[in-house]
Each structure stands twice: as C-alpha cells, then as structure tokens.
Design a protein. Structure first.
Length: 168
C-alpha cells in the first residue's frame, strides 16, 4: 500500500500508483502532493472503547501468531492476497455498510485457529469503525505496524472481541 486517503487507497504495483476508490465515493483527480504524502495516522489504542461479554484472547496462541504473521506479510506485499486467507464481503443495512462478513479463504489456517466462524461480521478493528469507509482504510494501513489486533465481530447479534498477537 502506498497511501490511504479519506476516499481512496493508493496502491503501488509494478512501479505504478493505482487508485482503489472506497465504496460510496466518486473518482476525482488528485494533485501529485496528495499522491506522494502519506496521511498522518491517528494514535489508537489496541483495545476499543466498549465492553464485550465475549472475549477470545488468542494473543498467546503461537500457531495463530505464525498464521497472522504470514497473512500480514502477504497483504503488505500485495493487499489483494488477503483473499487467500479471508473472503470478505460488505454487509449492508439500509443501503449503508454495517460491517464485513468473514469467511475462510483458500488458506484456511488463520481462520481455523483464530476463533472466527464463517459468517461473522467484522465491525471494528483496533478501535477503527469498519462501518465508516475512511476508518476501514485507516485500519488496514495501521495493520502494517500493529503487534496486536483487536477485532470486534457481530456473531448472530452478539458482540465478540477476538485478540490476536503478531510475531515480530
């Protein structure tokens, strides 16, 4: 990933900058300064501001840490490779994104060991609200540097938080 902006993600591929527009935004040309200057990231805590009765703490799961690290390295090289690990589809309510439905991908190791279940709806990651397109893009950008991930999911109407550790 090259840069994350309010309405788009800029991806450097084969030496070229490509634009991925976020859902709900119309394409408009950008200046060279906007393309080359990464947006400043907000300081976020790993733990979101909510209390969940369901907590799955996987931070000490060594098998999962290795799987998360492989996922992280793959998407840092090529963001499109996330589909090898996860199938992600936007879930909409009243025409707006209400989260992202998660299903296992071609390499299901991460999914199997994480505590995720097929059909879980991701609504928040490391304090970023995934229902807001700009925050979802920032969450993916911040993922590059995180050592822990807090994922809040809606599982059949019940909120569950899953904590992951990432090897260094």
């Amino acid at each position: 990933m090259h840069n994350v902006l309010n309405d788009r993600v800029l991806i450097k591929q084969s030496g070229r900058i490509e634009t991925l527009m976020l859902d709900g935004y119309k394409y408009q040309k950008m200046s060279a300064k906007q393309i080359s200057t990464p947006e400043k990231q907000k300081n976020r805590e790993v733990r979101p501001n909510f209390s969940s009765p369901n907590l799955i703490d996987q931070r000490q799961n060594k098998q999962l840490k290795a799987s998360v690290q492989a996922l992280k390295e793959s998407i840092n090289e090529d963001p499109g490779k996330i589909t090898d690990y996860l199938k992600i589809a936007p879930k909409r309510s009243n025409g707006k994104i209400s989260g992202y439905r998660l299903m296992p991908g071609k390499k299901p190791e991460f999914f199997k060991t994480s505590g995720l279940k097929s059909g879980d709806i991701a609504v928040q990651m490391n304090g970023f609200d995934l229902t807001v397109p700009t925050e979802a893009a920032l969450a993916l950008q911040a993922l590059k540097k995180e050592k822990e991930v807090s994922l809040l999911i809606d599982r059949n109407g019940e909120m569950t938080e899953i904590l992951f550790g990432v090897e260094n």
